[in-house]
Design a binder for this molecule. Structure first.
Ligand SMILES: [Zn+2]
Ligand SMILES: [Zn+2]
Length: 305
């Protein structure tokens, strides 16, 4: 019932939540660097609203009314105008979470630019979020740890950009190619993942970029529409058309269930992308190191002459 206002796909996600936690955890280890990167941008946020969230943590979702929350905010030094401003924010957003659309959960006002970073207490800088979605935006704030998983995996399509994020930073990365996609409409979740060959439990979902989803459908035409969810209408034709944009080889961190190789089509794909040469030529850091090494050797040769 708490999810009454979100789409069927999202409901499916939270219904499977219990079994998903463990597998999500192991997956985010795999792509830890991507996690860290996107979390860094959140860290300011994480502390700015700490007083909101501490307060929010004290209350159960069901018994808190907007008035109580406002009262506590005032006690925490939010100033006289805060309650009025908070009410204005909720009214403007039609008393619904701007990320997931829920209107039956504790609603809070979120600073887009955190106060700690000089974000003003102004209507334009505030968005209404339900507590679970507030936790999605503040990934590092442990006060939200108990409710973060209640947030739907995908934001609503109408969600404003500052809050249009997937549930965890790991969810924003394609589990095949590792690419990070900040635009949720570029990601699709596969919710019917089989167990891996080495017996590790199947995650409740994996997210894939659209090109990699196209590959999955090509390998496994039985993956039906009902096994794919997104916050937008999925076009199987679009996915199929974009599969040639997927890297030929999956990333070394790819889950085995999505570790699909694509047939190379061009000479470059055959010679570079489908061989270990791709590590040398496709990765900027290694390419730079190679260039420096070659330059060094050249310099050495020139000086020796
Ligand atoms: Zn929400
Ligand atoms: Zn991908």
């Amino acid at each position: 019932m708490a999810d009454g206002s979100v789409s069927g796909a999202d409901r499916d996600e939270s219904g499977r939540r219990g079994s998903s936690d463990h597998s999500n955890g192991s997956r985010s280890d795999d792509i830890g660097s991507a996690d860290d990167r996107s979390d860094d941008s959140d860290s300011d946020n994480g502390y700015s609203d700490r007083s909101d969230s501490d307060h929010a943590n004290d209350k159960s979702d069901s018994d808190s009314s907007d008035n109580d929350a406002g009262h506590d905010y005032d006690n925490r030094g939010y100033g006289d105008g805060w309650e009025e401003l908070r009410q204005q924010t909720l009214r403007r957003d039609n008393y619904a979470c701007t990320r997931c659309g829920a209107d039956d959960r504790t609603l809070q006002a979120h600073h887009i630019v955190p106060r700690s970073a000089g974000g003003p207490d102004e209507l334009e800088n505030l968005l209404t979020l339900c507590r679970p979605c507030h936790g999605v935006i503040h990934q590092h704030n442990s006060a939200f740890d108990d409710v973060r998983d209640d947030a739907p995996l995908f934001p609503e399509r109408t969600a404003p950009k500052p809050v249009a994020r997937l549930r965890t930073p790991a969810d924003q990365c394609c589990t095949r190619c590792g690419a990070e996609r900040s635009d949720p409409t570029e990601l699709v979740a596969w919710t019917d993942v089989p167990a891996s060959d080495d017996g590790r439990p199947a995650p409740s979902h994996v997210t894939l970029c659209k090109p990699c989803t196209g590959l999955l459908l090509e390998r496994d035409p039985a993956v039906g529409n009902e096994a794919l969810t997104a916050n937008h209408t999925i076009s199987v034709h679009e996915l199929a058309a974009r599969r040639t944009d997927a890297p030929v080889r999956p990333s070394v961190f790819a889950l085995s269930q999505v570790g699909i190789r694509r047939e190379p089509r061009t000479l470059r794909e055959r010679v570079v992308d489908d061989t270990p040469l791709r590590f040398l030529l496709n990765h900027r850091g290694i390419r730079l190191a190679l260039l420096v090494a070659v330059g060094y050797v050249a310099l050495f040769v020139v000086l020796a002459l």
